[in-house]
Design a protein around this ligand. Structure first.
Ligand code: XUL
Length: 532
């Protein structure tokens, strides 16, 4: 095997709370990691968790200068740690999705002429029309969302074009709000970037295009033609196409790194900048998800990522263009009632012990003898409903279950929901499908067994602490060979494999096939009860 240790690839992740970087060598081994924590490393910006929550409780922004300064700092930290920039062949990165950056008229020229004797933060002092960038945690744009949906004919119509119905955090409504409330700032803007393409622009020394995958999180791009949708542009703000410029494939080589980084840090002149993307697409790459696979992250909120080829956009969940294969898609579904609900039921039904919680799962049969539970302690995203609902095998509502049945009903209900919603978005279990489990609860085998049975697929566990960064480093490496027809999967074949945790019981599909249909019907009933 050839050892390519003198080549390396960098992946950056501009996430909500920190900027991270991972360097891998030509053998896909991590050789360097570093990070800058916004709150503690850059206290002058006075963020909490990397953001400012405004007085209305709905508006959430981050100072754009903080992100620039974080890049100065992380590169200094790497230099001080002796990192050899001269071996970097390509860099890519990811950013928190949906957030937007507003470059001031005339800045393109300054970006092209950065003086290597000064830091980026001082060079770009006067480069942004909007200093507080709206981020994904913002939920202040209900009105703009309603307008956008009605302008294109409704929520489903918008999803059919852009992959998602209107969401407050998505970039269209954020841009519309800036245009409506701060028209001068909108007019002073020559280019609007996502956090990802903003970061790529810094490395490129020029405006970087928005990639298809992160561009799918804007409610502005037609995910099938991969062009900005005219009705969506029109419903958002005037002259928008000129401020966005055309989107680009996520595997695109944008160009060589700016001479600023060559002179200041010693990057090679031919080091390539590969399109940056969103953090969730970046994680899909980092987890090396393949067609038919599903990744389930079991954390404070549960998240499901899917690789799909025939997407069916719905008013629930999101369809994004796939970041590693331009002809495919990825779906993303987020659930609010994740770990906290599992912990509540553990406290109430098994005295706070995960061990007894697991014993209850092992001692109850697959399918729970027909009992189904839906547990929404807080208003769920999909479906938008709240409350606790228990049903017996005849779909009759009951007040209580025994403790063991309650525990199984919770875990089965959570996974049935995930499979039902994934299938609605076009997901199909195919031979060889894997479930990749991550997050806190992925260390619990009894929970994983239920996951495996409900999906009738083996479950693998994977450590994804840095998945978005790692995915970006993988993408940087792949982009150099993508033009020769090499697939992403082939590029990363040698990376550390996921661990097989459990296999499904042979009779799982027989049990859960009918339960999936019942669950979908009961969930629809619950939604009607909540919205009546
Ligand atoms: C996805 C989303 C978040 C951010 C977090 O739609 O809003 O996951 O990407 O960084």
């Amino acid at each position: 095997m050839t050892t390519l240790t003198n080549s390396c690839y960098l992946g950056f992740d501009f996430s909500t709370q920190q900027l991270k970087v991972v360097a891998i060598d030509g053998n896909l081994q991590v050789i360097h990691q570093n990070n800058v924590q916004f709150d503690s490393d850059l206290p002058a910006f006075r963020t909490q968790g990397g953001v400012h929550v405004h007085g209305d409780g709905l508006t959430v922004t981050s100072p754009v200068h903080m992100w620039v300064k974080a890049l100065d700092l992380i590169l200094e930290k790497m230099k001080n740690a002796g990192f050899d920039f001269s071996c970097v062949k390509a860099i890519s990165g990811s950013g928190q999705q949906h957030g937007s950056v507003y470059w001031k008229n005339g800045t393109r020229t300054s970006l092209q002429l950065l003086d290597p004797d000064r830091d980026l933060h001082s060079l770009l002092q006067d480069s942004f029309a909007v200093l507080d960038s709206p981020v994904w945690m913002d939920s202040s744009t209900v009105k703009q969302c309603q307008y956008l949906e009605s302008a294109v004919g409704g929520a489903q119509q918008l999803a059919d074009i852009t992959g998602s119905r209107a969401y407050e955090r998505f970039t269209s409504s954020q841009i519309a709000k800036i245009h409506q409330l701060q028209p001068n700032k909108y007019n002073e803007t020559e280019r609007i970037s996502l956090v990802s393409s903003f970061a790529a622009s810094l490395f490129l020394g020029d405006y970087a295009a928005i990639d298809y995958s992160d561009g799918s999180g804007m409610n502005l791009m037609d995910i099938f033609t991969k062009q900005w949708s005219l009705p969506c542009l029109k419903a958002t703000a005037p002259m928008l196409a000129a401020k966005l410029c055309d989107p680009t494939p996520s595997t695109a080589l944008l160009g060589s790194i700016s001479s600023y980084f060559v002179k200041r840090f010693g990057f090679p002149e031919h080091c390539k900048v590969v399109a940056f993307t969103g953090d969730n697409p970046g994680s899909l790459a980092g987890m090396r998800l393949q067609e038919g696979d599903i990744a389930v992250s079991l954390g404070t909120s549960d998240t499901v990522f899917l690789w799909i080829t025939e997407p069916r956009p719905a008013v629930e969940g999101h369809i994004f263009c796939n970041p590693v294969d331009c002809s495919s898609y990825m779906a993303l579904i987020c659930y609010k009632n994740g770990s906290l609900t599992r912990e509540r039921i553990r406290n109430e039904c098994s005295g706070g012990s995960w061990e007894s919680f697991s014993s209850a799962l092992w001692s109850t049969p697959m399918g729970n003898n027909g009992s189904i539970g839906i547990y929404f302690d807080v208003v769920e995203i999909i479906p938008p409903a709240i409350g606790i609902y228990r049903f017996d095998q005849h779909d009759k509502r009951v007040d209580a279950f025994t403790r063991e049945v309650e525990i199984r009903a919770l875990v089965e209900g959570q996974f049935l929901a995930k499979r039902v919603h994934a299938q609605k978005l076009g997901y199909r279990i195919i031979p060889g499908t894997k479930v990749l489990a991550t997050g806190g609860a992925s260390s619990n085998k009894a929970i994983l067994q239920v996951l495996s049975d409900v999906f009738n697929a083996p479950v693998y566990t994977i450590d994804v602490a840095n998945s978005a960064c790692l995915g970006s480093a993988f993408r940087a490496m792949h982009a150099l060979v993508a033009g020769k027809g090499v697939s992403f999967t082939d590029t990363v074949r040698g990376a550390a494999a996921a661990q097989l945790a459990v296999r499904p019981n042979p009779s799982a599909e027989e049990v859960y096939g009918p339960l999936l249909k019942r669950y979908a019907g009961l969930e629809a009933r619950v939604l009607m009860t909540t919205t009546q």
